[in-house]
Ligand binder design. Structure first.
Ligand code: TGC
Ligand code: FAD
Length: 395
């Protein structure tokens, strides 16, 4: 008989290629040896060490699906496995990696000129340049199409645009060297992406204050972007027009989140199982009780289903057969189930769940944020609903 493996109950490993397993192993070793050891301090102090991106870069983990400019050129599934191993430690570390890979390198690779690719991709790949992605604004989050940030021809600098506006809740913005901002051209109202190099901005035209005292994702750095007539050379504009620019990149980032959250859920399962086997009440290990076993069964089932669906969608993505609704489906489902599962497993720790040393509370707080960014789950319900009925229910 085949022995049941609670860590991979539906044998998803069978669907992975040898090189994908190898990448997962490299990522897991780095994350467990380097990231896990510092995560409690990073989370307590709200500190993100930008060397993490350099280290990931040296292992080939940044922009990993890009097939040019010295990037690894791996499959979407391999990218998902990297996200899973990073998020097994902390969603905030996965956030830093996803933004750099999918939301900064991705748009440059997909929509950049060859000059932009040659200039920025190698530096971003190595993590020596840090990027951020500014779409959300104080007044427009779920509805980025209504953004107020504008770009107009610069009044005094020929060949430059002038950008003004504000973005908020932007991962990596306080430490970013390259700030990708989506803005509306004042002449046409069309949305365009601009690559802003921080060190070329005159004083006072670009500010990126950090947002402090977060109650989740504390090991990642988040901030605002203030633009006040910031001059940006025309050649730094991406070659794509409209919301499909940011959304085409969000497809990849959302895919990584769907896979990544399964890492966070698996970490909660491991920790809760170990705790339930060790901890005795009423003369028995907690693991003996049916209510505890049900919580574990639910979470293990969700992690197995979530991983399988992410592998399937990744394979379709690489064959050019993925519809955005498929990505919405796995982003929504995996985030929701990871959050519900983590929250239920948290109960197994009793009062100890209140101590950060047990890690479970950190995952719960993180997963609430992950369910919110890159399209809150209810927004993904509406995207799927539009796919089912043909009727948009957003407004
Ligand atoms: P709608 O009319 O539906 O679409 C406008 C244009 O965009 C195209 N499009 C897509 N293209 C490619 N992939 C997709 N997934 C696409 N979704 C839409 C669409 O075809 C159309 O193109 P065209 O040529 O006809 O103009 O736009 P809408 O304004 O009605 O949008 C509604 C909605 C809900 C779908 C959308 O606004 C939405 O998804 N809102 C959620 C906002 C969001 O996800 N923000 C993410 C911010 S970035 C972030 O959170 C990073 S966190 C990173 C981290 O730390 O890990
Ligand atoms: P709102 O749009 O105000 O939504 C509030 C609530 O209303 C949600 O539950 C939503 O589902 C619901 N709602 C909205 N519209 C509808 C509707 N039509 N029907 C039903 N319900 C609706 N953004 C970036 O651009 N780049 C980043 O790097 C980035 N990183 C982030 C990091 C963190 C830590 C956080 C917290 C956010 C980040 N975001 C980033 C922003 C994130 O994408 C937004 O917070 C998210 O898209 C939701 O927008 P909002 O916060 O304005 O909420």
């Amino acid at each position: 008989t085949i022995k049941f493996d609670f860590q991979d109950p539906l044998s998803s490993k069978e669907l992975l290629l040898p090189e994908e397993l190898e990448i997962q192993e490299t990522a897991r070793a780095y994350c467990q040896e380097r990231l896990l050891t510092g995560v409690l301090d990073g989370y307590r102090d709200e500190h993100y060490d930008r060397n993490i991106l350099k280290e990931m870069g040296s292992l080939g983990l940044l922009g990993a699906t890009i097939p040019t400019h010295g990037c690894a050129g791996v499959s979407s599934v391999a990218y998902g496995l990297i996200a899973k191993e990073v998020e097994r430690v902390d969603s905030g570390y996965r956030s830093g990696m996803s933004v750099q890979s999918s939301l900064v390198m991705g748009p440059i690779y997909e929509h950049g000129t060859s000059e932009q690719k040659d200039k920025y991709l190698p530096l971003l790949r190595d993590g020596v340049m840090v990027g951020c992605f500014g779409l959300t604004e104080p007044n427009h989050g779920s509805d980025p199409g209504s953004m107020e940030t504008t770009a107009k021809p610069h009044p005094s600098k020929k060949g430059f645009y002038s950008l003004s506006g504000a973005k908020t809740w932007i991962t990596n913005s306080p430490i970013a060297d390259l700030v990708l901002v989506w803005a509306k051209l004042q002449e046409t109202g069309k949305i365009r992406g601009f690559l802003i190099e921080r060190d070329r901005c005159p004083p006072g035209t670009l500010e990126t204050p950090a947002i402090k005292h977060k109650n989740g994702l504390r090991a990642s750095i988040t901030g605002m972007i203030h633009l006040d007539d910031c001059p940006v050379p025309e050649e730094n504009m991406l070659q794509v027009e409209g919301l499909k620019g940011p959304f085409s990149c969000l497809n990849s980032a959302r895919y990584g989140i769907a896979f990544g959250t399964m890492g966070a859920l698996e970490d909660c399962i491991e920790r809760a199982r170990t705790y339930a086997l060790d901890r005795k009440q009423f003369n028995n290990p907690l693991a003996k009780y049916q209510l505890i076993q049900k919580k574990l069964s639910d979470a293990v089932t969700d992690a197995a289903y979530g991983t399988l669906s992410a592998i399937q969608v990744g394979r379709l993505k690489d064959r050019g057969m993925v519809a955005p609704e498929m990505i919405s489906m796995i982003k929504r489902q995996n985030c929701d189930r990871a959050l519900v599962g983590a929250r239920a497993l948290q109960e197994i720790f009793g009062g100890n769940a209140a101590s950060d040393e047990y890690h479970i509370g950190r995952h719960v707080a993180n997963l609430f944020v992950v369910q919110t960014y890159e399209g809150q789950s209810d927004i993904h319900s509406l995207i799927i609903g539009k796919g089912i009925t043909g009727i948009p229910a957003f407004s």
